[in-house]
Write a protein that binds this ligand. Structure first.
Ligand code: SF4
Ligand code: FES
Length: 242
């Protein structure tokens, strides 16, 4: 049994609709299950439930659903598109809701507007120096430890689950991952100070809350970004003020 959140537009009052999903196999992903449900809605001349998705490979960050109260569902380190129906019990009631945070307004049904993340990224989450062509890559030596660590931080797909899970709707895990990744690399040094100031200022402007170190952000993160990045963000930010 599904309880699906339906909301006509950003200003409308949303509500759960109940739907009994049939012919769902264990092998289906959660999004494939929703495709089947939508085919049935369309056949019955009912409006499909809108949800966001793109890659369906766990790399784009779009599949932003809250499943039974947990962003991306209860399976650890898994994006919604990689979640399989075999993780649910036969006959289980599943609640499907959009991410709920002031900075992520609902667009329709299960789709939220996460462009606040884009604006934070545009505020400084890049390097503007010329890093050379492909053949130059090995001329900038980076230690294995730093490279591995930066790669782990770069795994953040910008899905926003950390915000959705946080009681303060803090974006610190996302911003921390971006800042920590670039702070470790030689290419990231040139704009390091400005980047920290600008990204943190934009995060505040977008009305994300403050971090109170609860840790649920890291627990729900499909890429298992470590809480260390929040310490690194604070460290980078304070250093940028000196
Ligand atoms: S830190 Fe994790 S939960 Fe937050 S946006 Fe990145 S991948 Fe998603
Ligand atoms: S659809 Fe791209 S991460 Fe899930």
């Amino acid at each position: 049994m599904l309880k699906l959140w339906k909301q006509k537009d950003p200003d409308a009052k949303g509500k759960f609709v109940t739907y009994e999903a049939k012919n769902i196999s264990d092998e289906m992903s959660f999004l494939e299950m929703l495709d089947i449900v939508n085919q049935d809605f369309i056949k019955k001349n009912k409006s499909a439930v809108e949800f966001d998705n793109d890659c369906r490979e766990g790399i784009c960050g779009a599949c932003s659903l809250v499943i039974n109260g947990i962003p991306h569902g209860a399976e650890m380190g898994t994006a919604t598109c990689q979640l399989h129906m075999r993780t649910f019990k036969d006959g289980e009631t599943i609640f499907v809701e959009p991410f709920r945070a002031k900075a992520f307004p609902v667009v329709k049904d299960l789709i939220v507007d996460r462009s606040a993340f884009d604006r934070i990224q545009q505020a400084g989450g890049y390097t503007s120096i010329n890093t050379g062509n492909a053949q130059d890559a090995n001329s900038i030596l980076i230690g294995k430890k730093e490279a591995d660590q930066a790669f782990d931080y770069a795994a953040c797909i910008g899905c926003g689950a950390c915000v959705a899970a946080c009681k303060n709707a803090s974006a610190s895990l996302f911003v921390g991952a971006k800042l920590a990744q670039l702070a470790l690399l030689p290419q990231g040094q040139v704009e390091k100070k400005e980047r920290s100031k600008r990204m943190v200022a934009q995060m505040d402007k977008e009305q994300f809350g403050s971090c109170t170190n609860t840790g649920v952000c890291s627990a729900v993160c499909p890429k298992e970004i470590s809480l260390d990045v929040i310490t690194k963000m604070n460290c980078e930010f304070f250093k940028s003020l000196l």
